[in-house]
Write a protein that binds this ligand. Structure first.
Ligand code: CAA
Length: 253
C-alpha cells in the first residue's frame, strides 16, 4: 500500500509509504492519498488525523519528478481532489513531519492544521530550481501564513529551511526529537479529542471559510455556527459536565 490508514481511539494515522523515493508523490500515491483522506472524512469513528511519512528521511520530497510532473504537463490529465486543493475536510489534521518536506510535501503540511516536526525536518519549495512554481497551494498558502519576506525567501530562493527556523517563523507548532515525534502528535490528537468534535469541526470550518470573507461576513458566519452548536447533545453534555465537575463524554451528536 502506498498510503497506510490505521485508526485507534478516534485518531487515524495516515502514512505516505514510499520511503525508497523519499515518499515522492506519483500519480498512484496521489490517488491513494485522495481516497484515504476521503475515507478519513467519512469515517464517523475518527475525529482527528495525523499524516506522516514512512522511514526516517522524509515526510515527502513532493511530486514525483519523473512520474508525476510529465503527466501534469498533459492538459487532459486530471488529479482527484486533494486536501491541498478541492477537498475540504473540517476534521483537524496534524502533520507529523519526520524529515524532508519539499515541494508538494510541504504543500501537504500547509494543508494541515497543526504541524509537529522532528529536529531533522527541513522545509522548502525547490520547484523554481526545476523551472516551475509550487502547484498544490504553496504560492497561496505560504504568504497567507507567514510574513511576506519569509514566504518570498522560501518560494524565491528554493532553498530549504531547517526545523528551528520553521518554528521561529511560525510555520510549525513544535520541534521534538525524532523518537518523540509520533507520541507528541498522538498527545496533541488525544487532547483535541477531549473536546466536542462537532465544535472542533465548526471552529475549523469557520476559520477556513472566514479567511475568504470580510470581518463582518465572518462574524455572521461564526454567529450561525455558534447558534447551531447550542442545539447539539454535545453542548448539553459540555455544560452538564462542567456543572457536575466531571469530564464530558462527547459523542459527536
Ligand atoms: N521525485 C521522484 N523521485 C524522487 C524525488 C522526487 N520528488 N525525490 C527523491 N526521489 C528519488 C530519487 O530519484 C532517488 O531515486 P533512485 O535511487 O531511483 O535514483 C531516490 O529518491 C533517492 O534520492 P537521491 O539519490 O537524490 O537522494 P539524496 O539524499 O541525494 O537527495 C533529495 C534527496 C534532497 C530529496 C533529492 O532527491 C531531491 O532534491 N529531490 C527532489 C525534491 C524536489 O524537487 N521536490 C519538488 C518536486 S516538484 C513538486 O512538488 C511540484 C508541486 O508543487 C506539485
Amino acid at each position: 500500500m502506498l498510503v497506510v490508514y490505521e485508526k485507534s481511539d478516534h485518531v487515524a494515522t495516515i502514512t505516505l509509504n514510499r520511503p525508497e523515493a523519499f515518499n515522492a508523490i506519483s500519480p498512484e500515491v496521489y490517488q491513494e492519498f485522495s481516497d484515504t483522506m476521503i475515507r478519513f472524512r467519512d469515517d464517523p469513528d475518527v475525529w482527528v488525523a495525523i499524516i506522516t511519512g514512512a522511514g526516517q528521511k522524509a515526510f515527502s520530497a513532493g511530486a514525483d519528478i519523473k512520474q508525476m510532473l510529465p503527466r501534469l504537463a498533459d492538459k487532459s490529465f486530471a488529479l482527484p481532489p486533494g486536501i491541498m486543493r478541492g477537498l475540504n475536510i473540517w476534521k483537524p489534521i496534524i502533520a507529523a513531519i519526520n524529515g524532508l518536506a519539499l515541494g508538494g510535501g510541504l504543500e501537504i503540511v500547509l494543508a494541515c492544521d497543526i504541524r509537529i516536526a522532528a529536529e531533522n525536518a527541513r522545509f522548502g519549495t525547490p520547484e523554481v530550481s526545476l523551472g516551475l512554481i509550487p502547484g498544490w497551494g504553496g504560492t497561496q498558502r505560504l504568504p497567507r501564513m507567514l510574513p511576506w519576506c519569509k514566504a518570498a525567501e522560501i518560494l524565491l530562493m528554493g532553498k530549504p529551511i531547517d526545523a528551528q527556523e520553521a518554528y521561529r517563523i511560525g510555520l510549525i507548532n513544535k520541534v521534538v526529537a525524532p523518537a518523540e515525534l509520533m507520541s507528541t502528535a498522538q498527545e496533541w490528537a488525544a487532547r483535541i479529542c477531549e473536546n466536542g468534535p462537532i465544535a472542533i469541526r465548526a471552529a475549523k470550518e469557520a476559520m477556513i471559510r472566514g479567511m475568504n470573507m470580510s470581518l463582518d461576513d465572518g462574524l455572521r458566519l461564526e454567529e450561525s455556527f455558534f447558534a447551531g452548536l447550542t442545539t447539539t447533545e454535545d453542548f448539553k453534555e459540555g455544560i452538564s459536565a462542567f456543572a457536575e465537575k466531571r469530564k464530558p463524554q462527547y459523542k459527536g451528536e
